[in-house]
Write a protein that binds this ligand. Structure first.
Ligand code: NDP
Ligand code: ZN
Length: 354
């Protein structure tokens, strides 16, 4: 059987293609999308060649879907179930998973399969490996569009907060308040941050950052962000920094400089170009400042999805504030993806309901 999908044809080229519907292994599921969202990573993949050349690879890794087929060994899911699909779908038997780093199962970043090593979710059907371990049921009463933000935006933004190890009362700075950084703001607030700086410039992102708990906005277009933050903290700086945007050349210099000794940086920004990241020697305490730089790909899998879904179910987190552009119908996928590329000022995140 054939299906349609929206694909990367090669670096810088996209288009609709036809492919065979994927086959279902014994532990797997075949899912049809109910709601999907394009990601800044799709843009890095196609237009910046960030993961290298890919030919006729269907894009997309953020979806809520409905199961149309399950493998013979799948126990907890059945045809017709609505599920949240994480962007990262690890191989749970891999040694990296046993070591606690499932996102790197099979090699560095290899838990990221959709629109990387295999076809993604912008298709009539897509394949999910290890369905019982990777898919979470969509709870009753949670909108599919809101739940798509659990695939990638929430777990990535929250992982930045985990990597920075935000504690009650910490002074925190989130650099970048696109959808990922906004979820870092929300996550830092949930983890008990005290003063919470958010760095961005677009007015609607700033409004949403405040709604998620930012106490101070720092506009990087209005002057050096380190100076602005040092001014506002009487020269002390911050306890934790989460990097969710900015240019790779300068963000670490800024993050390390604004950090107090003993502080931590949680990076979830995708550093797609250049060979090196700069670390300022003196500001890093000449190597002795106890300023930790942690960077990581979001954790995926069912347990993470179930736990994050409970935040939507209980109303502790409202992801609908991210959804500035809604489309109805599969045919609008291309339009939604191009919005992510062109980034109009009022855009945070588009969603396509199918
Ligand atoms: P956006 O492009 O929507 O947001 C980027 C943010 O950075 C905006 O707030 C922008 O400000 C801000 N920014 C731009 N330039 C600067 C600068 N010089 N200094 C400070 N801030 C700046 O990206 P997303 O939120 O969609 O994604 C963020 C990153 O996370 C991307 O690199 C993406 O690839 C990555 N990512 C990582 C994942 C992971 O698992 N680690 C998964 C998914 C995404 P404004 O627009 O307001 O001017
Ligand atoms: Zn994504």
């Amino acid at each position: 059987m054939k299906m349609k999908g929206f694909a990367m044809l090669g670096i810088g080229k996209t288009g609709w293609i036809e492919k065979d519907v994927p086959a279902c292994g014994p532990l797997d599921a075949i899912v049809k999308p109910v709601a999907v969202s394009p990601c800044t990573s799709d843009i890095h993949t196609v237009w910046e060649g960030a993961i290298g050349e890919r030919k006729d690879m269907i894009l997309g890794h953020e979806a809520v879907g409905e199961i149309v087929e399950v493998g013979s060994l799948v126990k907890d899911l059945k045809v017709g179930d609505k599920v949240i699909v994480p962007a990262i779908t690890p191989d749970w038997g891999a040694l990296e998973s046993q070591a606690g780093y499932s996102m790197h199962s099979g090699g560095m970043l290899a838990g990221w399969k959709f629109s990387n090593f295999k076809d993604g979710v912008f298709a009539e059907y897509f394949h999910v490996n290890e369905a019982d371990a990777n898919l979470a049921r969509l709870p009753e009463g949670v909108e599919a569009a809101d739940a798509v933000m659990l695939s990638d935006m929430v777990p990535t933004g929250f992982h930045g907060v985990e990597l920075a190890d935000v504690q009650f009362g910490d002074t925190v700075c989130v650099i970048g308040i696109g959808p990922v950084g906004l979820m870092s703001v929300a996550g830092a607030a949930l983890r008990g941050a005290g003063r919470l700086f958010a760095v961005g410039s677009r007015p609607n992102c700033i409004d949403v950052a405040k709604a998620y708990g930012a106490t101070d906005i720092v506009n990087y277009r209005e002057g050096d962000i380190v100076e602005q933050i040092m001014d506002k903290t009487n020269g002390k700086g911050v306890d934790k920094v989460i990097v969710a945007g900015g240019d790779a050349e300068n963000t670490f210099v800024q993050a390390i400089t604004m950090l107090k000794p003993g502080g931590r940086i949680g990076n979830v920004n995708y550093l797609g170009s250049g060979d090196y990241v700069r670390i300022p020697r003196a500001e890093w305490g000449c190597g002795m400042g106890h300023k930790v730089i942690a960077g990581g790909l979001m954790p995926g899998g069912r347990l993470r999805m179930e736990k994050l879904a409970s935040l939507l179910e209980t109303g502790r987190l409202d992801t609908s504030k991210l959804l500035t552009h809604r489309f109805n119908g599969f045919e609008h996928l291309e339009e939604a993806l191009l919005l992510m590329k062109d980034k109009p000022k009022d855009l945070i995140k588009p969603v396509v309901i199918i």
